[in-house]
Design a protein around this ligand. Structure first.
Ligand SMILES: [Zn+2]
Length: 307
């Protein structure tokens, strides 16, 4: 399974959280749906090549008809094939993103909004029965999220279902695949490439380059692996990487610290492994001065993902 409820932290912990959680062994995890104890596995990056996950212990099983178990099966299937059918997508998912709306709603209904229900609680009845032979009849309900990481996880965890609906304020399009845009290398003799036909805000993403980020006053520059690659002396070299320029002016000190720590953690995590770290951010490509530059300045609209 990809996530579990942590008893001490009283929240859902995802498999990727395990990479950065210190002293994983000191925590207890249970299935969020049926409460069976779960064991975190494969979370030490230096010794494990596969991604972290949770499993039940010896002689322990999820309760009969546990939604979380059924959901985990569907999610597993989604990594290699499309799971949408004529009846739609079998799991509830975020189809709207809004930083502000959720924030103000949170103020009123802290309890309700604070914790987005996990997929398992809102699974579609017909699909769960075909996927896991469970006889439940819960209606799935899509929802609004203010978590950028959640959206990015949805995009990458369901690679064959990117035509799902998504409304993102300030970005054109109404499907995941129209809102997200991979930063592509220039082709052939192109020295650079405009990533969109016209100036446009998108959720851009690219694998990070190995180079250290540059931090200078209020500006953080993060180099990406996408860029102008050329063959030189038998080796392919990235002559001009695209980069993200983050203006941190006006950020709270704690937000800035958290971000730079996270960035360092992510870089450390992939160092010397065959893992790759990807950055996704809401931003724009500079089309006036330096075409290799992307800009973004909202800390809540950028995140990382490790593959
Ligand atoms: Zn369970």
């Amino acid at each position: 399974m990809d996530d579990a409820r942590c008893i001490e932290l009283n929240k859902i912990v995802t498999n990727e959280d395990l990479y950065v959680l210190e002293n994983v062994k000191s925590y207890q995890f249970v299935c969020d749906e049926c409460g069976v104890s779960l064991i975190p596995c494969s979370y030490k990056k230096s010794v494990n090549l596969r991604k972290p996950y949770f499993k039940t212990g010896k002689n322990a099983e999820h309760k009969a008809g546990c939604y979380a178990k059924a959901t985990a099966k569907i999610r597993e299937q989604a990594k290699t094939s499309r799971i949408s059918t004529e009846e739609g997508f079998p799991l509830a998912y975020p189809n709207r993103f809004n930083l502000a709306a959720v924030k103000s709603a949170k103020f009123i209904h802290e309890e309700l909004i604070n914790e987005e229900p996990s997929d398992s609680k809102r699974i579609g009845a017909q699909n769960i029965s075909s996927a896991a032979n469970a006889g439940h009849t819960k209606t799935k309900q899509n929802y609004v999220t203010s978590s950028f990481q959640t959206l990015v996880d949805q995009y990458f965890n369901f690679p064959f279902d990117r035509d799902r609906e998504l409304t993102f304020e300030g970005i054109k399009g109404n499907q995941y695949q129209q809102i997200f845009q991979k930063i592509n290398n220039p082709i052939g003799k192109q020295k650079f490439r405009f990533q969109t036909a016209e100036p446009e805000t998108k959720i851009f993403f690219s694998i990070l380059s190995w180079d250290k980020p540059e931090i200078d006053n209020n500006i953080i520059k993060i180099k990406l692996s996408a860029g102008w690659w050329q063959q030189s002396a038998g080796k392919k070299k990235n002559l001009r990487p695209y980069f993200v320029e983050i203006n941190t002016e006006g950020w709270q000190a704690s937000v800035l610290t958290k971000f730079t720590e996270r960035l360092a953690q992510i870089r450390e995590l992939v160092k010397g492994t065959d893992k790759k770290a990807l950055m996704a951010f809401v931003g724009e490509q500079d089309r006036e001065e330096d075409f290799y530059r992307f800009t973004c300045d909202e800390s809540r609209l950028m995140c990382f993902k490790v593959f």
